[in-house]
Design a protein around this ligand. Structure first.
Ligand code: ATP
Ligand code: MG
Length: 573
C-alpha cells in the first residue's frame, strides 16, 4: 500500500501528504490564472429529502476538505426546491451529521428557498431577453417533442410567444391562476442541440404543495438545474463540485449564468461513491425505512451517517475512508472491506478490551476453592498502555464460548477438548476433565475442568506453554447483555438504477440474515460503567458499541465490525 496513504493525518480535511487530485489540479489552474483571485469557496448542497449516507460523506469531506486545504470557505446549502419530498426532520438530521463528521459551516447555512424571490426576478429578466417562454404542452408532449439522442427535437408551438405574453403568463403562474401541471416556463435554447438538456429545458413548474419553509408563498418552483447555478452564483461559489451524472448538465449550468449575466461559478464533476453489498440512493434507503425492512434511518445496518454512528463508527474512520478512496472521474465500486478496515484501524488504539462471551458454555473448575474470587489485573489496551489497567474477577464457575469447545476436534483445533489444556486469558491453564450433557436433548450443558495453580498469568512461574488462549467471564459477576451481529444488507452488487421496477428489484436481493440477535451474552463486570455510544473490543469477537436501546437491566451492544480484516490481507499481497 502507498505509504503516503497510510500516513493520513486524521484531522478533517488536513492531509497535505496526498498528491493533488484532478479537482485540486483545476483549482490550482484557476488560482494561477486568477479566475477567482486566490479564493476557494465550495458548498455542500444536500436536498433535505432523506438522511445523509456515506456517499454524502464523500462529498462533505471533499467540499469542506478543499476549503480547509486552501484556506477558503464551504457553505452548507439546503437545495430545497421540491416541496413535495422535503421536510424539517431531514434539515435537522443533515446538520447533525455534518457536524458529527467534524465540519463546520460557521454562519453560512443557506437555503435555495431563500433565493426564490431573487430567482424569480432574474427569470423576469431572462424572459425580457427573449430567453424563456411559457409552454402549455403537457409533460408527455414535452417528452415527445424533445426527440432522442439520434433525432433532433421539435419546437413547441408556444415557443414564439411574445415577451409581453410570456411575462403576463408567468406572472399569472406565480399568482396561482393556473392548475398544477398545466403550464411550465422553459428556456429557449436549441431543440436541435445534440445535448438533450439543452433542448428548451423546463425552468419552472406549478406545484400547489406547502413548502417546509416558505409555506404557501409560492406555487411555482424552479427546477434543480436552474436554481442550482443561480444559488451558487448568489453565494459567490468558486467551484461547484457535483457528481458525474451532472456532466451533461454543465452546458445548461454555464448557459444559465452566462445568459443571466451573473457571477460565473465553475462546475466540476467527480465520481459517485458506490460500495459493495450496499445501496446508496436516498430513494432506496427511504423504501427500506418506509416498507419496514429496517428499523429506521439510523438502523445500524444502513449506510446512512446516522446508521453508521449508531453502529459505532467514528467520524475519524469515515474521514479516513473518504481520504483513501480519493476522487476520480469515472464511476467505480469500493469494497466495503475497506470501510471496515478504516474503523478497525481507528478503534485498535482507542477501544478498551473487555471479555464478553456471546454464546456461553459453563465451565466448573473443580479444584478451585468454591468461595474464592481473585481480582486479576489486566491491561485495558495492549496497543495503548496509556489506557491503563483494570481488574477482572476469576472464580470457580466461569463461561467460555461454545465454539471454543469441541468434543471430537480435528487435528488443528487448539481450543478446549476432552483431556486437552488451554490458557484462560490473564488467568490460568485449565484442562477439560468431563463433559456433562442434558439427559434428554443430549446437548452439552457444562464442562468440568481442573486448573493448574502454578500457571497464573504474569506470575513468573507461568512458563508452561499451551497453544490455545480463550476469553472467559466469571459466572457470578458477569453482566447479561444482548448483542446484535450485523451482516451486509444486500447479497450482491447489481446495478440498482437499472434494476428498478424489474424482476431484479433490489428488495429481492436483501440479505435475510443481516441481523442476528444474541440475547444471552455475558460480559465482564467492568462493562457496567459503559455509556451509550461507548466502544469496546470484545476480545476475539470484534468491536462493539453500546446501543441506545439499552436498559439498566439489559445492555444492548452493536457489533461494529468483526476482527477479521480481509482488506488488510488483500493490501499486503
Ligand atoms: P441520492 O441519489 O442519494 O438522493 P443525491 O445526489 O440526490 O443523492 P443530494 O442531497 O442532492 O443527493 O446530494 C448532495 C450532494 O451529495 C450532491 O453534491 C451530490 O452530488 C453528493 N452525493 C450524493 N450521493 C453521492 C455519492 N454516492 N457519492 C458522492 N457524492 C454524492
Ligand atoms: Mg437529489
Amino acid at each position: 500500500m502507498n505509504t503516503e496513504i497510510e500516513a493520513i493525518d486524521k484531522e478533517p480535511g488536513a492531509n497535505p501528504a496526498m498528491p493533488a487530485n484532478f479537482i485540486e489540479v483545476s483549482i490550482n489552474e484557476d488560482i494561477k490564472t486568477g479566475k477567482y483571485g486566490d479564493r476557494v469557496h465550495t458548498r455542500f448542497p444536500p436536498e433535505p429529502n432523506g438522511y445523509l449516507h456515506i456517499g454524502h460523506a464523500k462529498s462533505i469531506c471533499l467540499n469542506f476538505g478543499l476549503a480547509i486545504k486552501y484556506g477558503g470557505k464551504c457553505n452548507l446549502r439546503f437545495d430545497d426546491t421540491n416541496p413535495t419530498k422535503e421536510d424539517v426532520e431531514y434539515v435537522d438530521s443533515i446538520q447533525e451529521d455534518v457536524n458529527w463528521l467534524g465540519f463546520d459551516w460557521d454562519d453560512r447555512k443557506y437555503y435555495a428557498s431563500d433565493y426564490f424571490e431573487k430567482i424569480y426576478e432574474l427569470t423576469i429578466e431572462l424572459i425580457k431577453k427573449g430567453k424563456a417562454y411559457v409552454c402549455d404542452l403537457t409533460a408527455e408532449e414535452i417528452r415527445q417533442y424533445r426527440g432522442t439522442l439520434t433525432e433532433p427535437g421539435k419546437e413547441s408551438p408556444y415557443r414564439s410567444r411574445t415577451v409581453e405574453e410570456n411575462l403576463e403568463l408567468f406572472e399569472k403562474m406565480r399568482a396561482g391562476e393556473f392548475p398544477e401541471g398545466s403550464r411550465v416556463l422553459r428556456a429557449k435554447i436549441d431543440m436541435a442541440s445534440p445535448n438533450l438538456n439543452m433542448r428548451d429545458p423546463v425552468l419552472y413548474r406549478i406545484v400547489y404543495t406547502k413548502h417546509h419553509r416558505t409555506g404557501d408563498t409560492w406555487c411555482i418552483y424552479p427546477m434543480y438545474d436552474y436554481a442550482h447555478p443561480i444559488s451558487d452564483s448568489i453565494e459567490n461559489i468558486t467551484h461547484s463540485i457535483c457528481t458525474l451524472e451532472f456532466e451533461d448538465h454543465r452546458p445548461l449550468y454555464d448557459w444559465t449564468l452566462a445568459t443571466l449575466g451573473i457571477y460565473q461559478s465553475r462546475q466540476i464533476e467527480f465520481a459517485r461513491l458506490n460500495i459493495t453489498n450496499t445501496i446508496m440512493s436516498k430513494r432506496y434507503l427511504r423504501r427500506l425505512v418506509e416498507e419496514g425492512y429496517v428499523s429506521g434511518w439510523d438502523d445500524p445496518r444502513m449506510p446512512t451517517i446516522s446508521g453508521l454512528r449508531r453502529r459505532g463508527f467514528t467520524p475519524e474512520a469515515i474521514r479516513d475512508f473518504c481520504d483513501r478512496i480519493g476522487v476520480a472521474k469515472s464511476n467505480s465500486l469500493v469494497d466495503v472491506a475497506m470501510l471496515e478496515h478504516c474503523i478497525r484501524e481507528d478503534l485498535n488504539t482507542k477501544a478498551p478490551r473487555v471479555m464478553g462471551v456471546l454464546k456461553p458454555l459453563k465451565v466448573i473448575i473443580d479444584n478451585y476453592p468454591a468461595d474464592q474470587v481473585e481480582e486479576l489485573v489486566t491491561e485495558n489496551n495492549p496497543e495503548n498502555p496509556a489506557m491503563g489497567s483494570r481488574t477482572m474477577p476469576f472464580s470457580r464457575e466461569i463461561y467460555i464460548e461454545q465454539d471454543d469447545f469441541m468434543e471430537d476436534p480435528p487435528k488443528k483445533f487448539f481450543r478446549l477438548a476432552p483431556g486437552k489444556e488451554v490458557r484462560l486469558k490473564q488467568a490460568y491453564i485449565i484442562k477439560c476433565e468431563q463433559v456433562v450433557r442434558d439427559e434428554q436433548t443430549g446437548e452439552i450443558v457444562e464442562l468440568h475442568c481442573s486448573y493448574d495453580p502454578d500457571t497464573k498469568s504474569g506470575s513468573g512461574t507461568a512458563n508452561r506453554k499451551v497453544k490455545g488462549v480463550l476469553h472467559w467471564v466469571s459466572a457470578a459477576q458477569a453482566v447479561k447483555a444482548e448483542v446484535r451481529l450485523y451482516d451486509y444488507l444486500l447479497l450482491d452488487n447489481q446495478d440498482h438504477e437499472e434494476a428498478e421496477g424489474t424482476a431484479k428489484d433490489f428488495v429481492d436481493t436483501l440479505n435475510p440474515n443481516s441481523l442476528e440477535v444474541l440475547a444471552n451474552c455475558l460480559i465482564e463486570p467492568s462493562i457496567k460503567a459503559a455509556q451509550v455510544g461507548n466502544r469496546f473490543q470484545f476480545m476475539r469477537n470484534g468491536y462493539f458499541s453500546l446501543d441506545r436501546d439499552s436498559t439498566p437491566q439489559m445492555p444492548v451492544f452493536n457489533r461494529i465490525v468483526s476482527l477479521k480484516d480481509s482488506w488488510a490481507k488483500q493490501g499486503k499481497k
